[in-house]
Design a protein around this ligand. Sequence first.
Ligand code: IMP
Ligand code: MG
Length: 182
Amino acid sequence: MDHGSVDQAPEILLSRFDIEQRVGGLAAEITRDYHGRTPHLVGILKGAWVFMADLIRHIDIDVTVDFLGITSYGSSPHSSGEVKITKDLDSSIEGREVLIVEDILDTGRTLKFLEEVLSVHQPRSLRVVTLLDKRSRRIVPVQADYVGFEIADVFVVGYGLDFDQKYRQLPDVHVLRPVGSR
Ligand code: IMP
Ligand code: MG
């Protein structure tokens, strides 16, 4: 694997076992909260698809799924807040109980954008589940309804999360530090 400008042996922040256990817990909460209803899970591509694939397999009520593709401009680890839609939803969310599935909340700009874009289509309800939350980095005051793990201000990759489109396939969540920083 070409690590480019990054550390050769990134440290594990969350193991696949930690993640599996927490994802099961989130799914149990969602199953309980949406009892008798059929939530419509909207996974945000590309970062959230690994999380979403595991999450839905632990949810014990009917769900439907769709994906919204977005991209932030550039490959910088610090998001500019400018977001572009690369894949629109396939089906209408009007009147649906929409649950946005995100990989990570950082400044909150992306989620703010998503909430604005989706609420225009008048879902019955709009909630958010995120695997990771860097709460200390928040610039826009948004919050998720379900949070897997609150993490410190570090750049993480793996379990769907990338740096410059790489490392998404790692089964654990790793901290990526610039070369020479330790
Ligand atoms: P926000 O708009 O600043 O909240 O950023 C959210 C998006 O930035 C996420 O959906 C990720 O795509 C990306 N991002 C933020 N922090 C990280 C990280 O530590 N690793 C990988 N991607 C990140
Ligand atoms: Mg993302």
